[in-house]
Design a protein around this ligand. Structure first.
Ligand SMILES: Cc1cc2nc3c(=O)[nH]c(=O)nc-3n(C[C@H](O)[C@H](O)[C@H](O)COP(=O)(O)OP(=O)(O)OC[C@H]3O[C@@H](n4cnc5c(N)ncnc54)[C@H](O)[C@@H]3O)c2cc1C
Length: 368
């Protein structure tokens, strides 16, 4: 088949583009270097449970358009993200809300909670915060910072909180209601049967061919000559041979185990907020879909420094890396017939609804 597009990467960005292009009669080849489709939203069934292989994924959006769009490809359940924090065996509700404040200080009304936070903030006296520690204390006071922010943040970034820049925590959401729902968005849920089916359905068209275990860089020059247009969702610095330097990421290591019990922790997401526990959270996948299978599958998440060749998860959008990215972006704008997209192509942390939105705007530009 003579193709109109090569899509590099079968993650959500590449899949939305391929689906929309095929709907308009275009012929598309999709390649991915992994041995499965769906990129980081890939879910795999283990013991009858849909396991989120690249970390917990909860779909949430305020946009009815995006919600309706994704619901074409799967039915979503009523899952509401309500993580809990485990600090040395003490359990607290997240995000910080009246349940958290009641457990910490015994306060019952919002007025009491506000007064307590103000008292702790005043006692800490952190004006003009110079680092993350001072910033967090100026926002929520020392109690919450010590038990629920410090250890978790230090593990996540691999550095002491007083050595991290203040801007990382612009705000810490504090809610004066007894509401444990992590997100404020209007729509939220988990696709019944997992995420992989969404990408599978997007790529099911006789105008789309998918080839797995194909690294774009093995045939970069040939691809550039063969395909009239390329949608590239890999790392932008790699595309340009790292000529302005390497963009940095934070990485994660996942340790997944099958447990011979029905219920391990009673919640899908438990954050470990002390400094001693080496992982940041444990995911118990069955709770995303209210499962009652006889066994359970859990995943421990360990934050890791990233080195070239590791899986890049979170872009480090600091001044230095954003400066490097801007140079690549200028080059990308001058590269005809290649569209850069997705979290690696744009060097940006995108939630799923944002990546769908970004892909749909590229579709509009391309086909209107
Ligand atoms: C730990 C974690 C938790 C998350 N949790 C949530 C959440 O709860 N809710 C939410 O909305 N979002 C969440 N996200 C974000 C979500 O994963 C992304 O929005 C989405 O996966 C981005 O899709 P993408 O297509 O841009 O990238 P990817 O899914 O990364 O797809 C890119 C694809 O390109 C392929 N590729 C790269 N280079 C090459 C190459 N050279 N040749 C061939 N193929 C290549 C890769 O193998 C990959 O399959 C989370 C992300 C992480 C890391």
């Amino acid at each position: 088949m003579v193709y109109d597009y090569l899509v590099v990467g079968s993650g959500l960005f590449g899949a939305v583009f391929a689906y929309e292009a095929a709907k308009r009669g275009k012929k598309v080849k999709v390649i991915d270097k992994r041995n499965h489709i769906a990129g980081n939203i890939y879910t795999e069934e283990i013991e009858g449970i849909n396991v989120h292989k690249y970390g917990a994924h909860i779909f949430h959006t305020n946009s009815k358009e995006i919600w309706d769009y994704v619901n074409q490809f799967a039915e979503f359940n009523r899952y509401t993200n309500s993580p809990i924090a485990n600090y040395r065996g003490e359990i607290y509700n997240m995000p910080f809300n009246m349940n958290t404040f009641n457990k910490l200080w015994g306060v019952v009304t919002p007025e009491e909670a506000k007064a307590k936070i103000e008292e702790l903030k005043a006692a800490a006296g952190s004006e003009n915060p110079k680092n993350l520690e001072e910033q967090a204390i100026s926002l929520v006071g020392t109690d919450i910072y010590q038990k629920l922010v410090k250890g978790y943040t230090e593990k996540q970034w691999g550095r002491k909180a007083n050595e991290l820049p203040a801007f990382i925590i612009k705000r810490l959401p504090v809610r004066f209601t007894y509401d444990n729902n992590y997100f404020n968005d209007r729509y939220q849920g988990i696709p019944i049967g997992g995420y992989t089916q969404i990408v599978e359905k997007m790529l099911t068209s006789n105008l789309i061919d998918v080839e797995l275990e194909q690294d774009f860089f093995e045939k970069k020059e040939e691809h550039l000559k063969t395909f009239p247009k390329i949608v590239y969702t890999g790392m932008i610095d790699q595309f340009f041979d790292y000529q302005f330097g390497t963009l940095e990421y934070r990485s994660l290591q996942f340790e997944t185990s099958v447990m011979d019990k029905e219920n391990y922790q009673g919640n899908a997401v438990v954050n470990y907020t002390d400094a001693e526990t080496p992982y940041t959270r444990i995911i118990e996948h069955k709770h995303f879909e209210f499962g009652h299978q006889p066994k359970t599958v859990i995943t421990k998440e360990y934050p890791r420094n990233w080195e070239k060749g590791d899986e890049p998860y979170y872009p480090m959008n600091d001044k230095k890396n954003n400066g490097i990215f801007n140079k690549y972006r200028e080059l990308a704008e001058k590269t005809p017939n290649v569209i850069f997209g997705g979290r690696l192509g744009m060097y940006k942390y995108y939630d799923m609804h944002q990546v769908i939105g970004a892909a749909l705007s590229v579709v509009t530009q391309e086909f209107n």
